[in-house]
Design a protein around this ligand. Structure first.
Ligand code: C2G
Length: 131
C-alpha cells in the first residue's frame, strides 16, 4: 500500500503526461500530484502556463488514477512535500534524472522514461503554425 508522489506543471495536458501519471500510479496504491504554481512555471520555463493553476488542478484531480493534488510552490520544498504527504516513492520523468537523488533519505526515488516526440512546447508551436 505505497503512497506515490510526483510533480509537474501539466500545462495543455497531453499523452506524455497521462502515461507518466498512469505508470506512477501503477507503482503503488495512492497517487498524490504536486501541480506547479503559475509563478513556479514562469521561473522554470521562462513563460507563464497557457492554463492557469486553478484549471490545471481541476483537470489533474479529475483523472481517475489521481487520488490527491496540491500546489507545488517551489522546487526546493520537495523534502517537505514528501514528509507532509507521507510519501513512500517519488516519481519523476527522466528529464530530471539524478536531480532528486538526495531525496532518497526520505523515500525511494524513481525516474521513468519520458514519452518520446511530445511536449507542451511542441503542441503550442503546432497550434501556432496551424492556419
Ligand atoms: N512527461 C513525460 N513525457 C513527455 C512529457 C512530459 O513523461 N513527453 C512527464 C515529465 O517528465 C514530468 C510530467 O510528465 O514528470 C509533467 O511534465 P511537465 O508538466 O513538463 O513537468 P515539469 O514542468 O518538468 O515539472 O518539481 C518538478 C517539476 O515541477 C516538474
Amino acid at each position: 500500500m505505497s503512497r506515490i508522489i510526483t510533480f509537474g506543471t501539466y500545462d495543455v495536458l497531453h499523452i506524455g503526461h497521462i502515461k507518466l501519471l498512469k505508470r506512477a500510479k501503477s507503482l503503488g496504491s495512492h497517487l498524490i500530484v504536486g501541480v506547479s504554481s503559475d509563478e513556479l512555471n514562469q521561473n522554470k520555463k521562462g513563460r507563464g502556463p497557457i492554463y492557469p493553476l486553478k484549471s490545471r488542478l481541476e483537470i489533474i484531480s479529475s483523472l481517475r488514477f489521481v487520488d490527491e493534488v496540491f500546489v507545488e510552490d517551489s522546487l526546493e520544498l520537495k523534502a517537505e512535500y514528501i514528509i507532509s504527504n507521507n510519501a513512500d516513492i517519488l516519481v519523476m520523468g527522466d528529464d530530471w534524472q539524478g536531480r532528486f537523488d538526495h531525496l532518497n533519505e526520505y523515500c525511494k526515488v524513481v525516474y521513468l522514461p519520458r514519452t518520446p516526440s511530445i511536449s507542451t512546447t511542441e503542441v503550442i508551436e503546432i497550434i501556432k503554425e496551424t492556419k
